[in-house]
Write a protein that binds this ligand. Structure first.
Ligand code: ZN
Length: 357
């Protein structure tokens, strides 16, 4: 079992502002822990009334000389937008979800109609798959050093390849068995370890998909959180439920335990959202979870929430507003919230056992 060798890898990727001691979040005997469900009481620290996190998916070393840039051009590429935002908004934190060995020429099929033809579908999926190792992060030390040098930024996981090699390709774990998921996680850990890139113990699963197989493998491996829900349309109120991408039926505006012990986050804001939605989430004491994808355009595919000048300007306006909210808004990260909830839950277990004759 890989628990032993893996545990030391799950170090905080966060920089000093994140209080690294609070970031480890790797529970002992995770698999034997009691089943957790619902919204963790006290996920907000005392004195905070709402929270904000910002996450970016699909980060990998692709450069402008490849099919598309996804971080490989460092401060001159797509991540320049993140640098701008961090430089202007000092309380902002970000989680970059990085793919260990990105293997998709295109992250999504541009002409879905050709997928109706089985022969073409197979050929496209083959054509779209990069050879293993092409974008493996341990082969890009400058990229890794750049990520490690980003202040206020933590690194999370975004699959092994982001490519299932069958349509729809981006749902990497769609029909993976528990053994497949274990193997995939072991490879991810090995690659991150080889790259020397620390990460927080959570994943934004490619295509938002986490099934019981991946969830079990994640828990066994000591991972504690997942960002598997997205809902940009449901009206915001306390008790609102997510009903769009990935896991549905989870809280729209608060973190929630799923699969017995992974803390799930719902993305509830992106480039197409309005500031009013952010305001409603904050006013309802929720977690404003903002998503961007590092790739704006690949082939004829254009991501609505891809980083570009326009989205960056939108985010400046949003963060300007959030800065007016006051000190009771918690600018945090998914890794930090998960670490807080895991620590609180672990503190509760001995207390409960002590009270139990
Ligand atoms: Zn992805």
């Amino acid at each position: 079992m890989m628990l032993g060798p893996v545990r030391h890898l799950l170090r905080p990727a966060t920089q000093p502002a994140f209080k690294p001691g609070a970031q480890h979040g790797v529970p002992s005997a995770r698999a034997a822990a009691p089943e957790l469900a619902g919204i963790p009481r006290g996920w907000l620290p005392p004195g905070k009334k709402a929270a904000v996190v910002f996450t970016i998916d699909d980060v990998h070393p692709g450069t402008s000389r490849d099919s598309y840039e996804a971080g490989g051009d460092l401060g001159h590429g797509q991540l320049r937008f993140l640098l701008r935002l961090l430089a202007t908004h000092s309380r902002l934190r970000a989680t970059l979800f990085v793919t260990a060995d990105w293997r998709a020429k295109l992250p999504s099929v541009s002409r879905p109609r050709i997928m109706n033809v089985p022969g073409l579908r197979r050929l496209w999926c083959e054509w779209n798959t990069l050879p293993a190792g092409t974008m493996r992060i341990d082969r890009f030390p400058r990229f890794v050093e750049f990520l490690k040098g980003l202040s206020g930024v933590e690194i999370g996981l975004h699959g092994l390849t982001d490519n299932r090699r069958r349509h729809p390709t981006h749902l990497e774990y769609l029909d993976a068995s528990e053994a497949d998921c274990r193997r995939s996680l072991a490879q991810i850990f090995e690659i991150f370890h080889g790259a020397g890139l620390p990460f927080v113990p959570g994943m934004s699963p490619p295509g938002w998909h986490v099934g019981p197989e991946l969830a079990t493998a994640m828990r066994e491996a000591g991972l504690t959180f997942v960002g598997s829900s997205r809902d940009l349309v449901s009206p915001v109120h306390r008790g609102a439920i997510s009903n769009m991408s990935g896991l549905t039926g989870t809280s729209l505006i608060e973190p929630q335990w799923v699969y017995g012990g992974l803390l799930n986050f719902t993305t509830n804001y992106q480039a197409t959202s309005t500031i009013d939605r952010a305001k409603a989430i904050v006013d309802n004491g929720g977690l404003l979870a903002i998503k961007a994808h590092v790739i704006k355009k690949a082939g004829s595919h254009v991501a609505l929430d891809g980083l570009d000048e326009e989205y960056c300007d939108h985010l400046h306006v949003l963060f300007d507003y959030l800065e007016t909210v006051g000190a009771d808004l918690w600018w945090t990260s998914m890794g930090e919230i998960a670490a807080r909830c895991v620590a609180a839950q672990e503190a509760e277990v001995p207390a409960r056992e002590a009270n139990d004759p």
